[in-house]
Design a protein around this ligand. Sequence first.
Ligand SMILES: [Cu+2]
Length: 356
Amino acid sequence: MINYLIQEPKQDPQGDLPWDGVPAHEIDFWGQLPVQAGTFDHVDGLFYFTYAVCIIFFVIITGVLLYSVFAHRRKTWDQKPLSNVTHNTPLEVVWTIVPLIIVMIMFAWGFKGSLDMTTVPHEAQRNTYKATAKQWNWTFIYPDATQSIAEVYVEVDKPVQFILESTDVLHAFYIPVMRVKRDIVPGRYQSVWFHPIKQGVYPLFCAEYCGDDHSRMYAKVHVVDAATMADRPWNKVPAEDKPVERIAYGARLARQLCASCHKMRDTDTVVTGPSWLGMFTKQGDTYVGRQREVLEGGVTKTITTDDAYIIESIKDPTKKIVAEAPYNKNSMSKFDTLTDDRVACLIAYMKSLADN
Ligand SMILES: [Cu+2]
């Protein structure tokens, strides 16, 4: 079987984005990704069956058609019809029954598959994660209530369930190598489960068009062994006595979560939200926020962009809206699941932007 590579995902020149470093996966002769999950074999089985049926019938039907067109063509201009057969009962019965049987096989197979996908085994129920989709990123909550963003760790050989929710519009949770895909409807919980069988890093996509940066709504799925899992690599926010690491961590979060709307580097071109450059200025050893006109309940106020305002802007962005156009016309969705510790790292990063 021929193997060739799909293209390496396009690298963002600025790096630090969720899809950096996810290896391209080999696809087979039929254009399929290798299966990395122990469940859902029937997805591929049914796919190949349907594919084969289509090819076989295409060849038979087109063959008979072309043959008839050629063999039974009129050979002289005034030739009379050679036959006037209007129907053939045995033939019609055959071409009704045979496709009916084939379609029933497809239905039964698909129905069995759909049942297996929607019936979550107990083992997966005991290993339940939550995935929150929003424009345009993914947040994951683990069974132990810790959190990670734009990447998620699951243990190899341990069935896992994801409860899915959206805080804004329609999204879809899609991990091609696990053969799972489920639409996420705002205001409704959905769930999927799968059984990862091979360690590695795999891409998770949003498979429902959800706005400008839909194509960047991407996450990494790390399938790791139990020892790595016990170490909780996703939960390592640098400690408070490591300010430099905290700024670097905040910068990474900002690239993952906020860079699609806020300018934070000279080279950024986004203008959806206010630039973070100039948010703080440094006076001696302290960072002073800028003056900002905001609308709170329709009333214009002038405030200073201090920590409390920034925390509120993140957790409840509609409370005070930046009054300046065009920002007042755009909206920011709330990041209310972001832990305080992570928000503190984000603020440390915003302040560090005043350092140079
Ligand atoms: Cu989406």
